[in-house]
Design a protein around this ligand. Structure first.
Ligand code: DQA
Length: 145
């Protein structure tokens, strides 16, 4: 099984950025732990601050890979183009957020991409990514203990 973890804008600053909201752990460090947890899954990790690069990455893996765990950052709330990209590929996409966006500012309550995704996970810190992976594994019908 092949899963892409895709992070959008400002998520390269995880660990340094607003640690009271996003925690003090960098993503690369967490990614190593995730990979160790799922030896049967082939992972790739990509991050971009540029909307078009996120779209290109979705196109690149979206026809061959088994799923994408996607934190679109602030583009979540604005991007019709990302919604179209997700709709345009075959791979299921799980939208994830570290923070509980529904407890935050009103502009974060609406997602432009949720309607194109398999489902949404938010509010569990970095564990949101693991839950997203679990959702994709369950969706594919693979048992994991
Ligand atoms: C975020 C929530 C977004 O509203 C915000 O713009 C982010 C991170 C999260 O993971 O909680 O950049 O997607």
């Amino acid at each position: 099984m092949k899963i892409l973890i895709l992070n959008g804008p400002n998520l390269n600053l995880l660990g340094k950025r607003e640690p009271e909201i996003y925690g003090s752990r960098g993503f690369e460090n967490y990614y190593e732990e995730l990979k160790g947890r799922y030896p049967e899954v082939e992972f790739e990790y990509a991050q971009s601050n540029i909307e078009g690069e996120l779209i290109n990455k979705i196109h690149e893996v979206g026809f061959d890979w088994d799923g994408i765990v996607f934190n679109a950052g602030a583009y979540t709330h604005t991007s019709v183009a990302l919604q179209d990209a997700i709709r345009g590929v075959k791979a299921p996409v799980v939208e994830v957020h570290i923070s509980n966006v529904h407890q935050r500012e009103e502009f974060r309550h609406h997602s432009m991409i949720s309607c194109a995704c398999l489902g949404v996970i938010c509010g569990f810190g970095l564990d949101s990514y693991r839950l997203g992976i679990e959702a994709l594994i369950a969706h594919k019908g693979m048992a994991h203990d």
